[in-house]
Design a protein around this ligand. Structure first.
Ligand SMILES: *Cc1c(COP(=O)(O)O)cnc(C)c1O
Length: 399
């Protein structure tokens, strides 16, 4: 392994500090697998269960910095049992997807946003810094290597999971100055196997996913395990997902691991499209941002599929309390509720259980109302390169 000398040592001899190497895509080494796996039929795919032929692997240590990145055959990691990832969870991840465009080339959706978010997450748990542009170059190359794994059917994609784990081998409570950055991919069909139907939510107040000043706004591994028990309890009561409520005013934060939206009819007949603001308790989702931008663009800059041009959509980030949602429902103004995220894209909500009552939303064929369906269709078309919009879909061969 080479140690990169700090270029600004002014010749101050051997005591000069050395600068650890930055993440560098130009050092990428590719070792291809000698026995490629068979590709399973798309209809048999279960989210996150299929492994592919290769993975990205890079290591960081405080002396040498980032190692030369490798694309190598998929396989287990070899870790010291004292590694801090097993004890204090300085672990971060991203969720992105690759799609095949009409030109047959693999594409990513707004990937620079995933890279920027991953850097913020890594900073939040004091993991080593890395150059986000270099990581994106490595991921694009990796997706080109794994391109045969991208399912071509509509609504299918190759899910990408970039991960950084702290690997400092010490039980001392403190930042990990060793790390492994790896990327694995998994072919995926539509997230909910039930096909297209609305999900039911149980509004939960006794457990919270995130809190002011906490880490809910970062994609940290440690945010997820505490949600499993409340999720299981909701499932036992017959609800699909948890609607996370926070504070004495009982306001909505997120649904499961998705951002939450409602569509409310205004007095003038147009529609408000509402989601809670990014106050630190909400994960700043790319899909959330895309929904806000696309609804703002209708109808002046684009027409969302099957929505009349005479209909105006008013996106707002605002606090949504349960009492407000119940009020809108009673007035017949609560037209749609939906969750959004990379894995699902958009999923409709059919009912919300809260304090022993069910709030029933208007029911729609396939589970999505007109606005959420229009958003689903448009986002998937942009992701699959069928509709060009603001350069959100990026071919992997574009540097
Ligand atoms: C990843 C995630 C989302 C969705 O973010 P996208 O960038 O749209 O995939 C929403 N909420 C939570 C808690 C998440 O982890």
């Amino acid at each position: 392994m080479t140690v990169v000398q700090n270029g600004t040592t002014n010749g101050s001899a051997s005591s000069a500090p050395t600068k650890p190497a930055g993440l560098d895509a130009s050092k990428l080494k590719i070792t291809l697998s000698q026995n490629l796996k068979p590709i399973p039929p798309p209809e048999t795919l279960i989210f996150g269960q299929t492994t592919t032929d290769h993975m990205v692997f890079v290591e960081y240590d405080p002396v040498n910095g980032w190692s030369a990145p490798e694309i190598k055959p998929y396989g287990p990691l070899n870790l010291d049992p004292m590694s801090s990832c097993f004890q204090y969870c300085p672990n971060v991840f991203e969720g992105m997807k690759a799609y095949i465009g009409p030109d047959g080339k693999p594409r990513l959706f707004r990937p620079e946003m995933n890279m920027a978010r991953m850097k913020r997450s890594a900073d939040r748990v004091s993991l080593p810094v890395f150059d986000t542009e270099e990581l994106l170059k490595i991921i694009k190359r990796f997706i080109e290597v794994e391109a045969r794994w991208i399912p071509k059917a509509k609504g299918h994609s190759l899910y990408i999971r970039p991960t950084i784990i702290g690997t400092r081998a010490s039980l001392g409570v403190g930042p990990s100055n060793h790390a492994i950055l790896y990327v694995v991919v998994s072919p995926a069909g539509p997230y909910f196997k039930t096909g297209s139907r609305a999900v039911s939510l149980l509004a939960v107040t006794e457990h919270v996913r995130a809190w002011p000043g906490g880490t809910g706004g970062y994609k940290l591994s440690l945010n997820y395990a505490p949600t499993f028990m409340p999720q299981q309890a909701a499932a036992q009561k017959g609800y699909d997902q948890v609607l996370w409520i926070l504070g004495e005013d009982k306001h909505v934060t997120e649904v499961g691991a998705m951002n939450f939206f409602v569509v409310v009819k205004r007095d003038d007949g147009d529609l408000d499209v509402l989601t809670p603001p990014l106050d630190g308790t909400i994960l700043p989702g790319l899909t959330r941002d895309s929904v806000l931008k696309l609804t703002a663009a209708h109808p002046s800059r684009t027409s969302l599929p099957n929505l009349p041009n005479s209909l105006k959509l008013y996106p707002h980030e605002q606090l949504l309390t349960m009492s407000q949602i119940i009020e809108w429902s009673k007035q017949g103004r609560l037209l749609e509720a939906f969750g959004v995220g990379t894995a699902v894209v958009v999923v409709g909500v059919g009912k919300i259980g809260f304090e022993g009552q069910d709030i029933i939303l208007p029911q729609h064929e396939g589970g999505l109302g007109p606005v959420s369906r229009a958003l689903y269709e448009r986002i998937v078309d942009i992701q699959e390169g069928k509709v060009e919009w603001e350069h959100w879909s990026v071919p992997c061969d574009e540097q």
